[in-house]
Design a protein around this ligand. Structure first.
Ligand SMILES: [Zn+2]
Ligand SMILES: [Zn+2]
Ligand SMILES: [Zn+2]
Ligand SMILES: [Zn+2]
Length: 413
């Protein structure tokens, strides 16, 4: 049985929006896209409680993504294993973007392989991910003989001479370290796992051997549901992407028309943060931009364009005027040596990759160094960012702070 969660009592009105009556507010919420709903749930505890208490909102949000050939978002799998399969986590996983599973570069793309949970930033990374470098495979018999791989979701290839199972290599390694940790804890009382520290990518909960046995059983029971759900998502993705193309072309044409009307360069209009945010959100939800939306946001967009009068910026290092778009290239061509750490918009180049023009945020650089140069390893601190908060802009200062946030905002125990 899935664990039942205690749902707190929902407040009688949307008091965050003044005294908006409950039915009106719920009516509005029922028009949201899945990603909207996640963002709304993350804005305040009362919103989250309201959404949790009205489960049908998720249903309507899933319906609202249906458009043209694209059907509704498949319902999340309800399973008994531990692991994050909440509504929010499910929607974020599909629409929230994340790091490329190969090179860790942040990407807004959908996962391209739902069963393996792979997300790629480029077709090159996609190819590498579907190769030996990231996949584990062996005969079906071998795969199911090992306790720690038995419950893992897998892709099966049936040939007359042999049946092969495939799974992500990292998932297999994670499961292996998990089993080893349980042995260390139970048999050798090595609670700190001294000498058996799992690598940074491992993310298992520490269990004793009997606890792990129970978890294995739950995994085996949940596996068919997870595989079925992944297949549904995979089919849905093709149709979604086809419609995404249609919608984004239409929205692009709309922006071009508005730019002509107002006599602004199309690229400048596209670069205004509000415009960019609107286009991204509408494309993602397969919605068409309308004149009404435009009128509502135009004042803010022109405000932003005013701040950057001609699309030119002054380089802080040599005082030359450079076009906003060319600033990155200018920094690279003229100041690569002086300015390796302080650079455009707080981003920096990697000193160890002299030929790369890629700019990293501070964390991106740390991650890149860890992966590509395995230099001095900073300890991984996954608790610093909450994966459930859509923008993930908050950095937590302590584990306690994060735990508090999980309790208050996400209602975790
Ligand atoms: Zn990549
Ligand atoms: Zn300069
Ligand atoms: Zn580098
Ligand atoms: Zn959060």
């Amino acid at each position: 049985m899935p664990r039942t969660k205690k749902i707190p009592v929902a407040p009688p009105s949307f008091h965050v929006f003044g005294d908006l009556p409950l039915d009106v507010g719920l009516g509005i919420f029922s028009l949201c896209s899945p990603f909207d709903l996640v963002q709304l749930a993350a804005t305040s505890k009362s919103n989250r409680t309201l959404i949790q208490a009205h489960e049908y909102l998720w249903e309507s949000a899933h319906d609202n993504i249906a458009r043209g050939e694209c059907p509704r978002l498949p319902t999340r799998p309800v399973i008994e294993t531990s692991g994050n399969y909440s509504q929010e986590a499910y929607v974020l996983w599909v629409f929230g973007g994340g790091p490329c599973s190969h090179c860790t570069k942040p990407t807004t793309s959908l996962p391209f392989h739902f069963l393996f949970r792979f997300r790629a930033c480029s077709s090159r990374c996609e190819k590498i991910l579907m190769s030996r470098e990231h996949l584990y495979f062996c005969s079906a018999g071998q795969f199911d003989a090992l306790a720690y791989t038995k419950g893992l979701p897998r892709l099966t290839e049936v040939n007359p001479w042999m049946t092969t199972h495939y799974a992500p290599l990292k998932a297999v390694k994670n499961a292996k370290h998990e089993a080893n940790a349980a042995t260390q804890i139970t048999k050798f009382k090595n609670f700190s796992l001294r000498g058996h520290r799992p690598p940074a990518f491992c993310n298992f909960k520490r269990r004793t051997l009997p606890e792990l046995e129970e978890e294995y059983l739950r995994r085996c029971n949940s596996r068919p549901v997870i595989e079925k759900s992944a297949n549904e998502l995979q089919d849905w993705r093709d149709l979604y992407l086809a419609d995404f193309l249609v919608v984004s072309e239409a929205n692009n044409a709309f922006v071009v028309k508005m730019a002509k009307d107002k006599q602004v360069k199309v690229t400048r209009l596209h670069d205004a943060p509000t415009m960019k945010g609107l286009v991204d959100a509408f494309n993602r939800d397969l919605e068409l931009l309308t004149p009404h939306v435009w009128t509502q946001h135009a004042p803010k967009i022109f405000e932003e364009l005013k701040d950057k009068p001609s699309g030119k910026n002054r380089c802080t290092l040599c005082n030359r005027t450079v076009s906003t778009l060319g600033l990155e290239a200018h920094m690279f061509d003229s100041h690569k040596d002086q300015a390796s750490d302080l650079n455009t918009k707080g981003k920096a180049y990697c000193k160890h990759c002299p030929d790369s023009k890629r700019l990293y945020t501070r964390e991106g650089l740390e991650e890149h160094r860890r992966v590509c140069h395995s230099g001095p390893l900073p300890p991984p601190q996954p608790w610093k960012r909450c994966p459930l908060c859509p923008a993930r802009e908050r950095r937590f200062k302590s584990v306690e702070g994060r735990a508090m946030h999980d309790r208050v905002v996400h209602g975790m125990p």
